[in-house]
Design a binder for this molecule. Structure first.
Ligand SMILES: *[C@@H]1O[C@H](CO)[C@@H](O)[C@H](O)[C@H]1NC(C)=O
Ligand SMILES: *[C@@H]1O[C@H](CO)[C@@H](O)[C@H](O)[C@H]1NC(C)=O
Ligand SMILES: *[C@@H]1O[C@H](CO)[C@@H](O)[C@H](O)[C@H]1NC(C)=O
Ligand SMILES: CC(=O)N[C@H]1CO[C@H](CO)[C@@H](O)[C@@H]1O
Length: 407
């Protein structure tokens, strides 16, 4: 057994992570994580004389080249390289014109292709890693051209400032949460028109900015925002959603001091285990405080549904039917198959600002060896509707549900 210390930057926090490698000499920390490196896109540029936030001139890729060459020569598996951070549109501290950025990302793509000639292991190229601006993004895609940008990354902080005392209301307000869907829709349409080779990625999203909200972003109630976002972005054809952050700030998936998973960690894990990549159109006719999403199941036949009840007073009873297949005979035979697997998530003591999540009524706690506990479903007879109590989130897998799109 070999114990090594590695320095990891996670969510802006520097940590001493202990990696124990039981298999031999080589440190294999890249195996359990997908690594994206953000590259400095300001090297070589200078400030414009007329506009001090605008950076002009070509990107100098020398430093990035040396770094990528080193990484490639070590054989490290890198998922992607992203050019710059928050320099698009009006920028945050500085900005670059879309035409210039488009030219620079072509340079990056060429270097990546040269250093990683095998298309199977070739890292993806991402950009521009900033807030969406339709004209800027469209021009960027058109200037960079076919098969250069693999992931069009944009950042989302739709809940506003972390210190906002109304943050807790926003995460439970379906009308508020719906507003951002327009952005996802426009991005998805722009990609279809100007860059069908690229995937839409949320490259960074923490909900509320400036480290998230104290007593909100690391608690149960944040799942109303987070899981809803995963559902919504999937519907608008997004491929990746990067959560700010794994550790750090108020919005860490892991507690900053104890590293114990916060409720959103478990929510993400269930999403990952149950929701497949084929997204179904799901709708219902009830209250807007009930949110529904459905995908083909990830590992089994049938479909998985996510039901989010943001109401603190109403229990919803949900029957799942296929819109295209309402003939009673078929419906009946479909319902006869199997029991349904249900995962009910509620907060400890009914306190939506709790850090402790209950799965089917039992608190999720790390095991004695600090592993993630088993997360077993409750089996329910498919004859009965799914009961979604107030302030709860339910994942359900319906193995016997034969959606044509999942065949
Ligand atoms: C790239 O890396 C290899 C292996 O470390 C090294 O021999 C070579 O000089 C590097 N190329 C450049 C241009 O730095
Ligand atoms: C981390 O856990 C401690 C102890 O349970 C708690 O007081 C604190 O609020 C948590 N912080 C975050 C950011 O999760
Ligand atoms: C339920 O939500 C409403 C509206 O946000 C709020 O006024 C009320 O106090 C809440 N009730 C409980 C029991 O939390
Ligand atoms: C129809 C319904 O369930 N309404 C409730 C939705 O949730 C809000 C906030 O918890 C309540 O105020 C409504 O009464």
């Amino acid at each position: 057994m070999k114990i090594s210390f590695v320095l990891l930057w996670i969510g802006g926090l520097k940590l001493n992570a202990t990696i124990i490698n039981v298999h031999g000499e080589k440190l294999e920390f890249l195996i359990w994580a997908r690594i994206t490196f953000g590259l400095n896109a300001l090297t070589g540029r200078k400030k414009s004389k007329d506009d001090h936030s605008l950076m002009i001139g070509d990107w100098n890729p020398k430093n990035a080249y040396d770094f990528m060459n080193y990484t490639a020569s070590k054989g490290y598996k890198i998922d992607s390289y992203e050019l710059g951070n928050e320099l698009c549109g009006n920028g945050v501290a500085a900005r670059i014109e879309a035409e210039q950025y488009g030219k620079d990302v072509i340079v990056l793509k060429k270097l990546v292709q040269e250093l990683y000639p095998d298309p199977i292991t070739q890292p993806k190229v991402l950009g521009p890693a900033g807030f969406y601006d339709k004209q800027w993004f469209d021009t960027f895609l058109q200037t960079s051209g076919p098969n250069v940008v693999d992931g069009l990354t944009h950042h989302i902080y739709n809940l506003g400032a972390g210190v906002d005392p109304t943050l807790i209301n926003k995460v439970q307000d379906p009308y508020f949460l719906d507003q951002i869907s327009q952005t996802y829709k426009v991005i998805s349409n722009s990609i279809e028109s100007f860059g069908p080779w690229a995937g839409a990625w949320v490259g960074e999203a923490g909900g509320a900015y400036n480290s998230g909200g104290k007593d909100v972003s690391h608690t149960f109630v944040d799942g109303f925002w987070y899981l809803d976002q995963l559902g919504m972005t999937s519907k608008f054809n997004h491929k990746v959603f990067c959560r700010q952050s794994l550790i750090g700030g108020n919005y860490g998936l892991l507690n900053t001091t104890t590293f114990i998973p916060n409720p959103d960690y478990y929510g993400a894990l269930l999403w990952h285990r149950l929701m497949g990549t084929n997204v179904l159109a799901a709708s219902h006719t009830g209250s807007p405080y009930l949110r529904v999403y459905s995908h083909c199941s990830k590992k089994t036949a049938g479909v998985s549904v996510l039901l989010i009840n943001m109401s603190n007073s109403t229990t919803f009873e949900v029957s799942v039917v296929e819109e295209m297949n309402l003939y009673p005979e078929q419906y009946k035979s479909m319902k006869d198959i199997d029991q349904r697997e249900e995962y009910h998530l509620t907060p400890k003591d009914g306190n939506i600002q709790s850090d402790v999540l209950l799965l089917n009524g039992t608190p999720l706690k790390l095991t004695e060896s600090f592993d993630i506990p088993d997360m077993n479903p409750q089996l329910v007879d498919s004859m009965f509707p799914v009961k979604v109590v107030p302030d709860s989130i339910v994942f359900a897998t319906l193995k016997g549900f034969k959606a044509q799109a999942c065949a």
